[in-house]
Design a protein around this ligand. Structure first.
Ligand code: HEC
Length: 140
């Protein structure tokens, strides 16, 4: 009985614990934790299959850009982890150059650091091995 309790308790800890501190596509727990977070918080703009919004390179009438894909066809993998984290936590407006209006919201108030790393781990897990390797070099 006690063993069962411990098993459940450690399972809960693993599920809720603030335990991810990097974007790691090979960390199955992080990827699994990130998947539902992506569906809930990111898919409405970046697409259920990370495909982005149509014509994402063309600015809209209000001057903002549509959401880019997060898969290989976009440019997410051209950026180092630290920038992806900051962009997600602080939003596009805080990071973008002056004069640029960003439609990318800040998630610092709704997602913990660990949750942001989990989402980024999930996104990374969708990249080709080649994109993962090239992006990995950027992190060094
Ligand atoms: C309301 C729409 C919207 C939602 C929801 C959204 N984004 Fe974005 N995101 C954008 C737009 C638009 C851009 C394009 C860059 C810009 O305009 O600043 C962007 C750009 C980005 C970028 C930088 C560009 C790149 O591909 O490297 C990252 C990283 C990013 N989003 C991550 C996320 C993550 C993670 C989530 C969910 C937690 C999310 N976004 C949810 C609209 C959104």
């Amino acid at each position: 009985m006690r063993g069962l309790f411990l098993l459940i308790a450690s399972g809960l800890l693993a599920a809720c614990g603030d335990s991810f501190d990097r974007a790691d596509a090979s960390d199955i727990d992080a990827v699994n934790a990130g998947q539902p977070l992506y569906a809930e918080h990111c898919a409405s703009c970046h697409g259920e299959n990370l495909q982005g919004q149509p014509d994402w390179r063309v600015a809209k009438a209000d001057g903002t850009l549509p959401a880019p894909p997060h898969d290989d066809s976009g440019h997410t993998w051209h950026h180092a982890d630290a920038l992806l984290f900051d962009y997600t936590q602080q939003g596009g407006q805080a990071i973008a150059p002056e004069g640029f209006t960003s439609a990318m919201p800040a998630f610092g108030a709704s997602l913990s650091d660990s949750e942001i790393w989990a989402v980024l781990s999930f996104i990374k897990s969708k990249w080709s091995l080649q994109a993962q390797i090239r992006q990995g070099r950027m992190n060094q």
